[in-house]
Write a protein that binds this ligand. Structure first.
Ligand code: ADP
Ligand code: MG
Length: 240
């Protein structure tokens, strides 16, 4: 479904991503782990074309989405993103947040958009809060709304950038549970996370990034129990 090939990204003369390769298939969950500053967010932002890669390619169903003439808007509507800081529209209600993309980008009529929004708000356990504004909700509730908003676009793949890092500890579990359910249902996901137990349970593969490169990539069982690189061992030891 997604293939990242020789991807590099520089900001000025600072090379943040160096020759990144990885791929994922339909229904797989890839967790990306690594220290702060290793380039995880930049990689996700390149995959979503929020950043333009300096070199390399990103193929989606075999088509190079970084090539001139590829339809960025169609691609973006198929790839949802959930951010650490939720990024909800603060002036809109929960329901309006979950209808904005479907009405404006997918051009659904209001009734259909509302039905879709309700379906996913119920799925994340936020069906009771449709008229609330984001500031009236806890962080965990806001993040669940952000996930419902992404799901309302009925994307083929979801990208998550540290979705639980901004949450109070007691709210982390409710968001991870929604993501576990999505994984169970076969949603294709690429997840940057520091939740190692979650990554171990849910991932098809784990990618460890260090200094802008993929230092190690493996099944969670192998990567967590028998890391091959010293840098991976050192990183994982911080979580014990
Ligand atoms: P991570 O998500 O793993 O913490 P990031 O991808 O956010 O890492 O950042 C990797 C490096 O790229 C950092 O050194 C950061 O300062 C730099 N960086 C990220 N975005 C920009 C930008 N827009 N302009 C300049 N430097 C950036
Ligand atoms: Mg980051």
């Amino acid at each position: 479904m997604l293939q990242v090939s020789h991807l590099s990204k520089s900001f000025g003369d600072h090379q943040v991503l160096k020759d990144i390769d990885f791929e994922t298939c339909h229904g797989n969950v890839i967790c990306i782990i690594g220290a702060s500053g290793s380039g995880k967010s930049t990689l996700l932002r390149c995959i979503n074309l929020l950043e333009t890669p300096t070199s390399g390619q990103i193929f989606f169903h075999g088509k190079d989405i970084t090539s001139k003439g590829s339809n960025v808007n169609v691609y973006r509507s198929k790839v949802g993103m959930v951010f650490q800081s939720f990024n909800l529209f603060n002036n809109m209600t929960v329901l309006q947040n979950c209808m904005a993309g479907t009405t404006k980008v997918l051009k659904k009529d209001k009734k259909t958009a509302e039905e879709i929004a309700m379906k996913y708000l119920k799925k994340v356990g936020m069906g009771e809060y449709i008229n609330a504004k984001p500031h009236q909700l806890s962080g965990g509730q806001q993040q669940r709304v952000a996930i419902a908003r992404a799901l309302a676009m009925e994307p083929e793949m979801l990208l998550f950038d540290e979705p639980t890092s901004a949450l109070d500890p007691q709210m982390v579990g409710e968001v991870l549970q929604v993501m576990r359910d999505l994984a169970q249902e076969g949603m294709t996901m690429v997840i940057v996370t520091h939740e190692m137990a979650f990554a171990r349970d849910v991932s098809s593969r784990v990618v460890f990034m260090a200094d802008g490169v993929v230092a190690e990539e493996n099944t969670p069982a192998k990567l967590f129990s028998n890391p091959q690189q010293e840098s991976t061992r050192e990183f994982l030891s911080r979580f014990r």
